[in-house]
Design a protein around this ligand. Structure first.
Ligand SMILES: [Zn+2]
Length: 113
């Protein structure tokens, strides 16, 4: 997903950061660049790989669950304190990014907070 991501493409789920194996590759509908609260730059420039759990949520269009799973996984991966401020920031950025990945499939209401 990202050149700034520490793991090479295909070694971790791009949605929740779970370790491979991955079982689904998705070519994003659009490419996103976003800056996180701590100034890490998030660059989406490759296909997105999904673990089995995320792939199942995607297959069933369970977008809110996919978003929550992603927020929790990414915050844990980065050892981000689970404060309401951090959660809101990750939620906003991840939802914006996933809208780029899924295009019109992504519910507009998940981009509002
Ligand atoms: Zn996953």
């Amino acid at each position: 997903m990202s050149t700034m991501w520490p793991a090479p493409h295909g070694t971790r789920c791009d949605f929740c950061m779970a370790e491979a194996p991955l079982c689904l590759d998705i070519a994003p509908a659009a490419r996103i660049v976003a800056e996180l609260t701590d100034s890490r730059l998030y660059i989406d420039n490759e296909d997105w790989g999904a673990c089995a759990e995320c792939a199942a949520l995607i297959a069933d269009s369970r977008w809110l669950e996919l978003l929550d799973r992603g927020i929790i996984g990414v915050m844990a991966f980065w050892n981000t304190p689970n404060t309401s401020e951090n959660y809101r920031d990750y939620r906003a950025k991840l939802s914006f990014t996933l809208q780029g990945v899924f295009g019109s499939q992504w519910p507009d209401e998940l981009c509002l907070w």
